[in-house]
Write a protein that binds this ligand. Structure first.
Ligand SMILES: Nc1nc2c(ncn2[C@@H]2O[C@H](COP(=O)(O)OP(=O)(O)OP(=O)(O)O)[C@@H](O)[C@H]2O)c(=O)[nH]1
Ligand SMILES: [Mg+2]
Length: 347
């Protein structure tokens, strides 16, 4: 066998060899991404202050209409024109929705090879990593392949779009070797494969527990640090340019949107919740709602009101969807719903 050939089983490269190659690839990519420490480090993004309640990044090829969308949704103006690379830096705007300030970032267009540093790709991707949501803008007049290309660019730098973190428990240990377990039969990888990959990473002591039928790639994602799991919305622009049949085809795709409810969908994806506070004997303060994350508890609300409030907390009265009776007396662990009203009673 020449050294350029993969070890074979029945003429096919062995599964284990492929798994190892994937692990090696992930390792080298990771090393490439790590900043070199010097000024102009590879991972550096555009310097834009994070502000507001959440951050949304606009990603797309040049001239798909990213700046036009920013100009439509926010009071900020970003140059838009019919030539490519009109936008050369990161322009932040603010969307006001349901009383929340959502930071929308207009970014330069990215092209194939962006992750390797083509164009301003690296900086754009570094900013995307800091966002809570990515809006991928696609030109309806162009082919569907743009979506795959952009997804591949983001994948190659560890950004996983619309995917859950793999349900694998992994803990490096000081000694005792590798203990491997799974709560169900594994069909997409095997203990031997995992052992080989751990070996490749020079990890000889660890506990691994598969709670789902995950793939080898998903295990590598758990092993390699810095993976980001981010919601992504696909927005098709320039639909005025295509035939009604084509619009119909796009609209039937499960993740297609129109501008009317783009904002509502952004809100849902960001999992934001607005809670109104109320003083005793007064109407709720509908002007100044607090913006929190979905799943927030009364304790989170108290922290958002004042940092000393939890220490003086006796109980709270809540009106709205999170309670059976309005009002209902609840404790610090109670989970709030969107548009609930809360009155905190101090000791
Ligand atoms: N027909 C049509 N043209 C659009 C639409 N949205 C934007 N455009 C035009 O497309 C061109 C590019 O728009 P931009 O907003 O500058 O695109 P961009 O994605 O910000 O481009 P870069 O900054 O170069 O990456 C402009 O001439 C816009 O007027 C749309 O919905 N329909
Ligand atoms: Mg632009």
């Amino acid at each position: 066998m020449s050294k350029w050939q993969l070890p074979c089983e029945n003429g096919k490269p062995t599964e284990y060899h492929l798994g190892l190659l994937k692990a090696k690839l992930a390792k080298y990519r990771q090393q490439l991404l790590e900043p070199t420490g010097k000024a102009g480090a590879k991972g550096e993004g555009f310097d834009v202050m994070k502000s507001g309640d959440a951050r949304v990044a606009l990603i797309g090829f040049p001239s798909v209409g990213k700046s036009t969308l920013l100009n439509t949704l926010t009071k900020t103006h970003s140059e838009s024109a019919n030539y490519e690379f009109t936008t050369l830096t990161c322009i932040p705007g603010v969307i006001e929705h349901n009383g929340a300030n959502i930071q929308l970032l207009d970014l330069p267009g990215i092209i194939e090879g962006a992750a390797k540093g083509k164009g301003r790709g690296r900086q754009v991707i570094a900013v995307a990593r800091t966002a809570d949501l990515v809006i991928m803008m696609l030109d309806a007049t162009k082919k569907d392949v743009q979506k795959e290309l952009l997804t591949a660019e983001l994948e190659s730098v560890g950004i996983r779009l619309n995917r859950r973190r793999p349900n694998i428990y992994y803990k490096p240990k000081k000694g005792g070797g590798v203990s491997f377990n799974s709560t169900l039969p594994l069909t997409k990888t095997s203990e031997k494969m995992i052992q080989l990959i751990l070996h490749e990473y020079k990890i000889f002591n660890a506990e691994v527990l598969f709670r789902d039928d995950c793939t080898t790639e998903e295990f590598i994602d758990v092993l390699v640090e810095g993976r980001i799991y981010m919601p992504c919305l696909y927005v098709y622009n320039k639909i005025d340019q295509i035939s009604i049949e084509e619009v119909d085809r796009l609209a039937r795709q499960p993740d297609s949107l129109n501008l009317d409810y783009l904002l509502d969908t952004v809100w849902l994806c960001l999992a934001l919740v607005r809670v109104f506070t109320k003083k005793r004997g007064e109407p709720p303060d509908f002007e100044g709602g607090l913006i929190l994350r979905s799943g927030c508890t009364v304790e989170h609300v108290c922290h958002a009101i004042h940092r000393t409030l939890v220490a003086n907390f006796k109980y709270a009265l809540v009106w709205g969807q999170s309670v059976k009776f309005s009002p209902q007396r609840v404790g610090l662990q109670h989970t709030m719903c969107h548009d609930d009203v809360i009155q905190v009673v101090k000791k």
